[in-house]
Design a binder for this molecule. Structure first.
Ligand code: G6Q
Length: 549
């Protein structure tokens, strides 16, 4: 449905006018309980949303919008295995991958849970052997290095989680992730490795992705060139895919393939066999805790009332900024170093899901949809992009993410980390008035015209909103819950906007276009189907560099 036709949308548009000219500083001053009231908590994650341009009326209207646009029934349809990915006619069941309940989840009348459990057992048995040293390379030595070759959804999730959970990693195993088809990445990685103790995971849902297959063939050639035989491949190459024939054709035996299903979207797949590198690195027990955390968040999303439901609150606050306050962007600022790949991971998760201009029913939207997601670890961001957030001309809300506790915690470092995070959120909200700057300048002895000039530059408008997401600790359980929180936040927004968050035709286009140009670059023919600019670029590349298939 078109959300702009709902009553709530019209009232929200009206209500948004009340917010123009209102400063969060005054909103806090007027309500001494605001800091306590605008906090929600679930699964060891606290969401403080008090520093947003919202009040009780805004929240009530936004929840009304969720009701009118059918967020509740769509959520239930997803959990029931209905084919809510209508363009690809697929169910959307990453929630089944971490389902700890005993009820079946049906797709086309078939319970998917036995298959899910079987693959998890296959992964665990394999992981135990590799970790324990029983699975050896061709020379009989234990595996020391694991290279995941995959891209997009088959790379970012496992990479982000392995980085986030480094303190839980196996001490003998070094993890490597190769995604880019730029040969520099695979060659630089291979240079460091011993073929006799390296295990490659070829991760591709389709097993047709050119980047992954090119890197996989290069890895196999490198392995064979070291003196290994075709028969040795079985001990050094495993695959994660939905495409058994293509995996077998590559030379990987069926028993070394870990299966998943078309109802797992690439960017939602780290809970499936795509998470194999995670399980190898942190072990089956910690991997199970990751699933448990996500399952707990699934239960919260399914059952908590909207006014205390974390994904619903975050989703609706995002809709408020995108559609009523004119903000096109959201910054992800984790304050823990091990979460340094979280912004990139969430960038894909959100932008590939909700970067859509057509509703599920085929109608073109005439309202903003998915936000532009970007960011870097917050503490580094303070020394870089935060300037624009403080004094630039765009309204860009932030998600501050901070784990209160973590492994490798140095209290002295952690105090500075936490202080910086809280201080930034406070400064963005509060700003700094001209009078405060003047007082500082007076104290420093600055006078006259210079004072007047500096006041203009050193005044911070403030009124810049943010969420504060506090994790009790950064461990597998809380990380699982955090990722699932974002998955469901994206779901809520997609449901309000009436779009299909689970297809990715933009990604498919890229895959199609590259193969046509590659033919033109490596063959004799031109590329007559392309525009003049692209043809000129193709001719230039052909003239300057020797390319081959
Ligand atoms: C994810 C996207 C995309 C996909 C990659 C890799 O949702 O569809 O990022 O994961 O293009 O695809 P394969 O796993 O099929 O190689």
């Amino acid at each position: 449905m078109n959300p702009t036709l709902t009553n709530a949308w019209k009232e929200l548009a009206q209500h948004a006018r009340e917010w123009s000219g209102r400063h969060l500083r005054d909103v806090f001053n007027a309500d001494p309980n605001r800091a306590q009231r605008y906090v929600a908590e679930a699964c060891g994650i606290q969401l403080d949303y008090s520093k947003h341009r919202i009040n009780d009326r805004s929240l009530q209207l936004l929840q009304g919008l969720a009701e009118e646009t059918g967020v509740r029934s769509r959520r239930d349809a997803m959990f029931a295995g209905e084919k809510i990915n209508n363009t690809e006619k697929r169910a959307v069941l990453h929630i089944a991958l971490r389902n700890r309940g005993s009820s079946p989840i049906l797709v086309d009348g078939q319970d998917v849970m036995p298959g899910v459990r079987k693959v998890l057992e296959h992964m665990s048995a394999f992981a135990e052997r590799v970790r324990g040293g029983a699975w050896t390379g061709r020379g009989g030595q234990p595996i020391t290095d694991i290279v995941n070759i995959g891209i997009g959804g088959s790379d970012l999730g496992p990479l982000m989680v392995c980085e986030a959970l480094k303190p839980y990693g196996h001490e003998r195993l070094r993890m490597h992730f190769v995604s880019n088809v730029d040969g520099a990445q695979i060659h630089q990685t291979l240079r460091k490795l011993d073929p006799n103790t390296t295990l490659f995971i070829i991760a591709s849902k389709t097993f047709t992705t050119i980047e992954t297959l090119t890197n996989a063939h290069t890895a196999r050639d490198w392995f064979l060139a070291s003196g290994a035989t075709e028969a040795d491949i079985a001990r050094h190459f495993v695959a994660v895919s939905t495409n058994t024939p293509a995996v077998t054709k590559f030379g990987i035996a069926a028993e070394n393939m870990f299966e998943f299903w078309d109802w797992v979207g690439g960017r939602y797949s780290l809970w499936s066999a795509i998470g194999l590198p995670i399980m190898l690195y942190i072990g089956p027990q910690h991997f199970t805790a990751l699933l448990d955390g996500a399952y707990a968040m699934d239960q919260h999303f399914r059952s908590a009332p909207f006014e205390r439901n974390l994904p619903v609150l975050m989703g609706l606050i995002g809709v408020w900024y995108a559609n009523f306050l004119g903000s096109p962007s959201l910054v992800i600022a984790p304050y823990n170093q091990n979460l340094h790949r979280l912004p990139a991971y969430l960038q894909q998760l959100d932008m590939e899901s909700n970067g859509k201009g057509v509703r599920a029913d085929g109608a073109k939207v005439d309202y903003a949809t998915g936000p532009i997601i970007w960011g870097e670890p917050g503490i580094n961001g303070q020394h870089a992009y935060f300037q624009l957030l403080h004094q630039g001309t765009h309204l860009i809300p932030l998600d501050f993410i901070l784990a209160l506790k973590q492994q490798d915690l140095d209290p002295k470092h952690h105090a500075i980390l936490i202080a910086s995070c809280f201080a930034q959120a406070a400064a963005l909200m509060r700003g700094k008035t001209g009078d405060e700057v003047r007082a500082e300048l007076d104290k420093a002895g600055t006078t006259g015209e210079r004072t007047e000039l500096l006041i203009k530059h050193k005044t911070f408008e403030g009124n810049r909103p943010s969420s504060m997401l506090l994790l009790e600790t950064l461990d597998p359980l809380h990380l699982g819950a955090l990722i699932a929180l974002y998955e469901h936040k994206i779901f809520v927004q997609g449901a309000v906007w009436g779009i299909n968050s689970y297809d990715q035709w933009g990604v498919e286009l890229g895959k199609q276009l590259a193969s046509g140009i590659e033919n033109a670059l490596t063959g004799d023919g031109g590329a007559l189907d392309y525009d003049a600019s692209t043809q000129r670029l193709i001719a230039l590349a052909k003239e300057r560099v020797n390319l081959k298939r």
